[in-house]
Design a protein around this ligand. Structure first.
Ligand code: ADP
Ligand code: MG
Length: 297
């Protein structure tokens, strides 16, 4: 098949744990420069999908490509920022940021190994993340917001084609959280990053995303009485500019949140696979015949 411009391309992806189907024929194409946010009910498989993209786990079947290359194991192509725990408490901020570089150079036994050009680069990232003054501090001396900025620097220095984030601001207080949201949007805009950001917070997802994906197991199709895993049930194109936080209180914003809450989070509302709101131009679905038998004459 011809190479696509998609930075991430997922087709017919299935993932189960034991007998339990988690991801059920998931399709997704992401282009460079997008800020994708992914929301869905707790336990629907958001983190599982991220782990598959990261190559930390294998799918049962389907295809998952980054820059047209099948993902098979984790490599430095993919940086990830978790909710917490990505920093080593015994290392300084600078040593933490250098960690990935030193790991790939097999200097894992000496995480503070000195290489001037790497150190210079790490300091540049610390500067971008407004952390220069904290370079020689240890994580416990930093606020939660600063620690998460170090985690972002740690991921970005590896220049991942796609920055993966799993509820990175989930443990922060509301003010710090908003501050980091604005900060991340500015960084995305300035550095032309491609971001895949998982959150269970709908407001956060609507505010940050240039595209918002809803993963959910609450839908129906024509397969009859079988157990269903989650699919992408909605895919919205949102304004791709960093907007003021005032937008969060606007009517249109609040209406979008309630629509998504019903589309993805309400077990009583089960749309048919043929009626998902997949308005984003890159959205596609590879449904099996039995998934939409009703519409076949
Ligand atoms: N390693 C695992 N082994 C078995 N089940 C798992 C494992 N990881 C996750 N699960 C299950 O898969 C489902 C999806 O989990 P997860 O991806 O963490 O959801 P989310 O991030 O959307 O809250 C949950 O039911 C969870 O219990
Ligand atoms: Mg999760």
């Amino acid at each position: 098949m011809k190479d696509s411009k998609n930075i991430l391309r997922i087709e017919n992806l299935y993932k189960s744990y034991g007998d339990k189907l988690i991801l059920d024929n998931v399709d997704l194409a992401v282009n460079p420069g997008e800020f994708c946010t992914l929301v869905g009910p707790s336990g629907c498989g958001k983190s599982t999908l991220l782990r598959l993209i990261l190559g930390q786990e294998a799918a049962n079947s389907g295809s998952l490509k980054i820059n047209n290359k099948q993902v098979s194991f984790p490599d430095q192509d993919r940086g990830i920022v978790f909710q917490r725990y990505s920093l080593y408490p015994q290392l300084t901020v600078l040593q933490n940021v250098l960690l990935g570089k030193n790991l790939t150079k097999q200097k894992w036994y000496l995480p503070w190994f000195k290489n001037d050009s790497d150190t210079e680069e790490a300091m540049r990232y610390l500067d971008i993340l407004r952390l220069s003054d904290a370079a020689h501090k240890h994580p416990h001396e930093l606020s939660g917001g600063m620690q998460q900025r170090v985690a972002i620097a740690q991921a970005l220095i590896m220049k991942p084609p796609i920055l993966l984030m799993d509820e990175p601001f989930g443990a922060l207080d509301p003010d710090t959280r908003e501050e980091l949201q604005i900060f991340l949007l500015e960084l995305w805009d300035a550095k032309k990053l491609t971001i895949f950001f998982v959150t269970h917070d709908l407001e956060e997802a609507c505010y940050l995303g240039s595209r918002m994906l809803v993963l959910s197991q609450y839908y129906q199709d024509d397969r009859g009485n079988v157990e269903r895993g989650a699919k992408i049930v909605a895919d919205y194109q949102l304004p791709s500019v960093a907007l003021s936080t005032e937008i969060k209180t606007s009517r249109a914003f609040q209406d979008l949140i309630s629509t998504i809450r019903s589309e993805g989070f309400d077990p009583e509302v089960q749309q048919h696979v043929k009626h998902f709101n997949l308005e984003h131009p890159d959205s596609f679905q590879t449904l099996l015949n039995e998934e939409y038998a009703r519409s076949i004459p």
